[in-house]
Design a protein around this ligand. Structure first.
Ligand code: ATP
Ligand code: MG
Length: 463
């Protein structure tokens, strides 16, 4: 369903008040949705079982099955259906209970056309992203067999295509990219799609150990090779026999070890530290570097011949800020991942959060986003990641914004608007009538803006 238009979605409205079902049907049909209605819960559930819909709008208080009853049945039987509850004005308790039971959102009577439209658009946008994500993953898996890779940006797609071609060869691969761009992830994907996948994948970071320790870790040593060498030890290259070795941070390898590695790459032979005996190991090499290895070569820090040996196939991962069109997919992907791990049911991020994320520069790349989402999923009390769940540095004044230090006009305007509303609400201790009057907007507008800026649940009484 990738690329499906929001208007292709179906909506079922259930309310015992026929005036409401009638007016919602009219409103939403005019918007282009396909809308069905039911007058009671039993009928609605029957209709859903016969033909599931994308969004169910249900009134909480109805004779017979209540909106809550329907919600619970739907969550159990058709968990993908988005449920929006209609609650009586002022019954915050109903609203909160509904959200706890898994409703996507609640709208209050008397219904405001705009509020209804916005609510549905937002719910469907989340749903579209989710479907797109599933679809993309399915396609990737089908086309390349990469179930755990996300990315629809053309650069990422090119990379996936490239690794699908080279994975099952013996080619040495050099992956370049800043921290957190996915180098280790790509290295693993390559190994697990090669014919060596049932043999070990051994990873070693060349930047983490001292030169001598690294040498003995890589090539092994014999007893007595150095003071602490109490017994023979095989190195990682031998452990990776018939499999793959992933040499991470290869740009940190000393010139002496570069020479030793080069010999191994050329002849598949090496000696354990302290031994004269030559050992052989058939290993495929994947290397990764944070820095541009060509530049290291130019600066005399990296052997040119080794660079050419490694660089048979090279993969350059772009910084995350250069493929931010992938951000919504990654957000969804990580929400799903951390929902599973933490048994949460977060469904998405608020519009404001998405906006902020899209205007941020992500110096820590995909890993930084993953950390932000993990934290927010764990802390989220409800189904949405709201602005307050972002780490302090992301919530800060909007001027941090984009990677080039500039702020889009819309972002700046919204920050100012949120500020003005927050200040007025504080001044009037949360009284919306007085706040709206002071700001010279009507109550509905104030309500919508408070919702947009996640201010509805904030208490301004004692501030
Ligand atoms: N294309 C991708 N699809 C899904 N997840 C990804 C992708 N790229 C990166 N990730 C996730 O982002 C996180 C960071 O990626 P990874 O560890 O591969 O980065 P790295 O470039 O190896 O970083 P470092 O230089 O710090 O070692 C990982 O948790 C990984 O699961
Ligand atoms: Mg890594």
């Amino acid at each position: 369903m990738a690329g499906s238009r929001l208007k292709d979605f179906t909506i079922l409205v259930v309310d015992d008040d026929s005036l409401i079902t009638y007016s919602l049907k009219e409103l939403l049909s005019l918007e282009g949705y396909s809308v069905k209605t039911a007058q009671d819960g039993e009928t609605a559930l029957g209709m859903l079982r016969a033909e599931p819909c994308d969004v169910l709008i249900a009134d909480v208080s109805m004779p017979g099955l209540s909106g809550f009853d329907i919600l619970m049945a739907v969550k159990e039987q058709l968990p993908d259906t988005i449920v929006i509850l209609i609650t009586a004005y002022g019954s915050i308790e109903d609203a909160v209970n509904g959200i706890k039971l898994g409703a996507y959102e609640y709208i209050t009577k008397p219904l405001n056309d705009n509020e209804v439209k916005v609510s549905i658009e937002r719910a469907l946008e989340q749903r579209r992203l989710r479907l797109e994500n599933f679809e993309l993953k399915r396609k990737l898996a089908e086309k390349f067999g990469f179930e755990n890779l996300v990315g629809s940006d053309h650069r990422m797609q090119k990379i996936f295509e490239l690794i699908s071609i080279v994975a099952d060869t013996e080619a040495t691969i050099l992956i370049n990219g800043a921290s957190g761009t996915g180098k280790s992830t790509i290295a693993r994907a390559i190994h697990y799609h090669s014919r060596r996948k049932d043999r070990p994948l051994v990873e070693i970071s060349c930047g983490a150990l001292s030169e001598n320790l690294l040498e003995s870790e890589l090539f092994g040593h014999v007893k007595g090779a150095f003071t602490s060498a109490m017994s023979d030890k095989i190195g990682r290259i031998e452990k990776a026999k018939d499999g793959t070795i992933f040499l991470d941070e290869i740009d940190n390898l000393s010139l002496r070890l570069q020479a030793k590695l080069l010999r191994f790459l050329q002849e598949k032979k090496f000696e354990r530290v302290g031994s004269a005996e030559t050992t052989q190991s058939n290993v495929r090499v994947i290397a990764a570097a944070n820095r541009d290895l060509e530049r290291c070569v130019a600066q005399g820090e990296f052997r040119e011949d080794l660079f050419f040996r490694l660089n048979v196939v090279s993969i350059a991962l772009p910084p995350f800020k250069d493929h931010l069109s992938d951000l919504p997919l990654f957000v969804d992907y990580f929400i799903e991942k951390y929902n599973k791990i933490n048994r949460r049911r977060v469904r998405g991020v608020s519009r404001e959060v998405m906006k902020r994320m899209l205007s941020y520069g992500w110096p820590g790349n995909i890993r930084e986003l993953e950390n932000v989402i993990e934290r927010a999923v764990i802390l989220a009390p409800g189904e949405h990641i709201t602005f307050d769940l972002l780490p302090e540095y992301l919530r800060g004044p909007v001027t941090v914004a984009s990677s080039n230090g500039l702020v889009q006009l819309q972002v700046a305007i919204e920050a100012a608007e949120k500020n003005a509303i927050t200040n007025a609400l504080r001044h009037f201790k949360g009284n919306r009538n007085k706040t709206a009057e002071f700001l010279e907007v009507n109550r509905t507008t104030l309500y919508q803006k408070m919702k947009r800026y996640s201010l509805l649940d904030v208490s301004f009484k004692d501030k």
